[in-house]
Design a protein around this ligand. Structure first.
Ligand SMILES: Cc1cc2nc3c(=O)[nH]c(=O)nc-3n(C[C@H](O)[C@H](O)[C@H](O)COP(=O)(O)O)c2cc1C
Length: 212
C-alpha cells in the first residue's frame, strides 16, 4: 500500500516536470517474462485487436524491449544497429495523440494531439487498435556521404530487430501483434508532419486479443 502511494506520488511529480501532454512512463520492469524458447514458440502475427488501451506499465516495458537503452554507460540499446548509428526513431500513434519514444528519458514526447491511427495502414484494424508503432529512419543521424541504397537496406534490417523484440515481448505477455508494410508512405508522413530527412520503414500494431 505504502509502495503504491510512493509510486503514485513519484509518477505525479514526474508529470509536473514534463509537458502535460507528454507521457512519462513508469520505471521499466526488466525482470520476469516467459522463457525465451517458449516466447519463440508462441510468436505469431494476429490481425484482430481489442480497442482496450494498454496499461502504462505495458507501454514502458514494450518500448524498452523494442528500443530501450540496456547499457546506459555507452547509450547502447536492446537492438543492434549498423555502425551504431541508431538512426531508427520509434513513433507511437495512440488515441490521445502522436508521440516519439525518448528512451533516455523513458518518455513519450507528444508531437501533436491528432489521432492518426487510421493513417498508419491500409487495414481496418489499425484505426481502432490501441497502439500503432511507426519505425522511421532519420537520415540526419547518418554520415553525409552515405550511399542512399545502403542506408535504406541497413535501416530495414535495423528496424527488423526492433520488430522482432516487440513480437517476442507480445508473445510473452499474451498480446496480439502484427508488423505491417502495407501503408501509404506519403499519407502517413503527412499525418505525422514528418520532415523530409525522415523515411518511414515499417509499422507494427499491438493490442489485447478480442474476447468473444
Ligand atoms: C516486412 C513485413 C511486412 C509485413 N506487412 C504486413 C502487412 O502490411 N499487413 C499484415 O497484415 N501483415 C504483414 N506482415 C506479416 C506477415 O504477413 C506474417 O509475418 C506472415 O504471414 C507469417 O505469419 P506469422 O508472422 O504469424 O509467422 C508483414 C511481415 C513482414 C516481415
Amino acid at each position: 500500500m505504502k509502495k503504491t502511494l510512493q509510486m503514485t506520488l513519484v509518477f505525479m511529480f514526474s508529470l509536473m516536470l514534463t509537458n502535460a501532454q507528454d507521457i512519462t512512463l513508469p520505471e521499466v520492469n526488466k525482470t520476469g517474462g516467459m522463457p525465451l524458447m517458449e516466447a519463440l514458440n508462441q510468436r505469431h502475427s494476429s490481425r484482430e485487436f481489442s480497442s482496450r488501451e494498454l496499461p502504462l506499465q505495458t507501454l514502458a516495458d514494450l518500448l524498452w524491449a523494442a528500443y530501450g537503452i540496456n547499457r546506459p554507460e555507452a547509450s547502447k540499446r536492446t537492438v543492434p544497429s549498423s555502425q551504431n548509428f541508431q538512426e531508427i526513431e520509434v513513433y507511437v500513434a495512440l488515441k490521445s495523440g502522436f508521440y516519439r519514444y525518448v528512451a533516455k528519458k523513458n518518455l513519450l514526447l507528444q508531437i501533436h494531439k491528432n489521432d492518426i491511427r487510421a493513417n498508419t495502414g491500409k487495414q481496418d484494424f489499425v484505426a481502432t487498435a490501441p497502439f500503432n508503432l511507426i519505425y522511421v529512419a532519420n537520415s540526419s543521424k547518418l554520415p553525409e556521404n552515405i550511399d542512399m541504397d545502403t542506408y535504406l537496406k541497413t535501416s530495414y534490417a535495423n528496424a527488423g530487430f526492433i520488430v522482432q523484440n516487440v513480437y517476442l515481448y507480445c508473445a510473452s505477455e499474451g498480446l496480439n501483434v502484427v508488423v505491417r508494410g502495407y501503408f501509404d508512405s506519403d499519407e502517413l508522413a503527412k499525418a505525422m508532419k514528418l520532415p523530409k530527412t525522415h523515411q518511414i520503414i515499417l509499422t507494427q500494431t499491438v493490442g489485447f486479443p478480442v474476447i468473444n
